[in-house]
Design a protein around this ligand. Structure first.
Ligand SMILES: [Zn+2]
Length: 182
């Protein structure tokens, strides 16, 4: 969801990391795969639909989506992705893979939450912001801490995990700040 920020129940990064681990565990159980590269397209397209029967992934054209790359309606069990973004994600483009993971973040974190309460962005603490939470989930899911130790640098991480160098540097910085890596 781009642009609009909602105030949602607080979640710290460590809690969001656990949610990301849980998604990877579900993926492993359903597919038998546990590679560092998370198959976000396959997960939304096939795995999640099998896991939750009422989940729907819709691919829509630009004339229907406009500027939005993705939109999530947790209570309708619906994620919409713009077709060019979806195609790029299929081609392992880091930015577009991150967009899909971000929308999955809204879906798993913001179900059963009245998202109608919008507040001015500057008044929302990061950990209570729907956008911060979805971004954190996307980073933790695609750049998993349990595989970061195999990487010598953010550049290697970007290649291994199929994310942009910018995203890898950002997540690398978080792990470093927490003392998880040097
Ligand atoms: Zn969003």
């Amino acid at each position: 969801m781009s642009g609009v920020v909602y105030q949602v129940p607080a979640m710290q990064r460590v809690q969001i990391r656990d949610v990301a681990k849980n998604i990877r565990r579900i993926n492993k159980e359903m597919t038998g795969q546990d590679a560092p590269f998370f198959p976000i397209v396959q997960f939304l397209d096939v795995t999640l639909t099998k896991h939750m029967e009422d989940f729907i992934l819709e691919i829509l054209d630009e004339d229907e989506m406009g500027d939005a790359h993705g939109m999530t309606y947790p209570d309708e069990h619906l994620i919409q992705v713009r077709s060019d973004v979806y195609k790029q994600a299929c081609r392992h483009q880091g930015r577009d893979r991150m967009t899909l993971a971000h929308e999955l973040g809204h879906y798993v974190l913001h179900s059963n939450i009245g998202m109608a309460r919008m507040a001015p962005v500057e008044l929302i603490k990061p950990w209570r912001s729907s956008e911060w939470q979805a971004k954190a989930l996307a980073g933790e899911l695609l750049i998993p801490v349990e595989h970061i130790y195999d990487c010598a640098s953010p550049f290697e991480a970007a290649l291994k995990f199929g994310v942009t160098v910018e995203a890898a540097i950002y997540q690398w910085g978080i792990f470093r700040k927490e003392g998880l890596i040097r």
